[in-house]
Design a protein. Structure first.
Length: 222
């Protein structure tokens, strides 16, 4: 009895604590309702939608800036029009002999809150007051791989580097690295994305505003 009472008192407090930044994300039930009204809101599994796409979902491993496993499953989801645009980009990249490797795509809102609480600099992590475009299923973190060898192309920095070299506007001396960075940015811009000002690997889908912030984990989606 004591435990039940404890639970009844503290469970609502815990729920509120999770959303203490004044933003209430869409839950699974609300999402399912929204997709019925607007099929564009569907979160699409990128592995099924884009032939040949490669995943290296860093937040499902300890190989990320938090040093912790954040996701239970290594999955990449994005809203339907985002997945379609990315598929076209992948087709264009293939003409250059390269393909897409995704580090992160849709990210549940709870993960954004966690990142902020680990690293409170909103230059590099999204503000939990606004949420991330990843939370809307409208951002892709990615690099390019050589289609023959599967090796990553050389880029200015590692993924999730907090250095100024990660900014797309920072000059690059190495001609090959510059060429690779120009290629990823120009093809993604052509297909409806915009590179982030401090991360060469992060691309926002133009039109992300119409998609809500969600807090649905991968198990719930599947
Ligand atoms: Zn990102």
């Amino acid at each position: 009895m004591k435990y039940i009472l404890f639970f009844l008192i503290f469970f609502p407090v815990l729920l509120q604590a999770q959303y203490k930044y004044g933003l209430t994300p869409v839950t699974l039930q609300q999402y399912q309702q929204q997709v019925k009204g607007d099929p564009e809101k569907e979160l699409v599994n990128l592995t099924s939608a884009i032939p040949g796409i490669v995943l290296d979902i860093r937040y499902a491993t300890t190989n990320n800036f938090t040093g912790e496993v954040i996701y239970n499953l290594p999955r990449a989801y994005a809203r339907k029009p985002v997945a379609e645009a990315l598929k076209e980009a992948q087709e264009e990249f293939s003409k250059h002999g390269v393909g897409i490797k995704v580090y992160d795509a849709y990210r549940p809102y709870s993960a954004t809150v966690k990142f902020y609480e680990v690293y409170r600099d909103t230059t590099y992590v999204a503000s939990p007051y606004k949420g991330s475009r990843h939370n809307r299923g409208c951002a892709i973190d990615m690099t390019l791989i050589d289609l023959k060898t599967g090796e990553e192309l050389r880029m200015p920095t590692e993924y999730d580097s907090f250095k100024k070299e990660a900014w797309p506007t920072t000059p690059v001396k190495d001609a090959l690295i510059k060429k690779n960075r120009d290629l990823i940015i120009s093809v993604m811009h052509k297909h409806g994305f915009r590179v982030n000002a401090s991360e060469w690997w992060h691309f926002d889908f133009n039109g992300w505003q119409k998609f809500e912030v969600m807090d649905i984990d991968f198990e719930e989606l599947e």
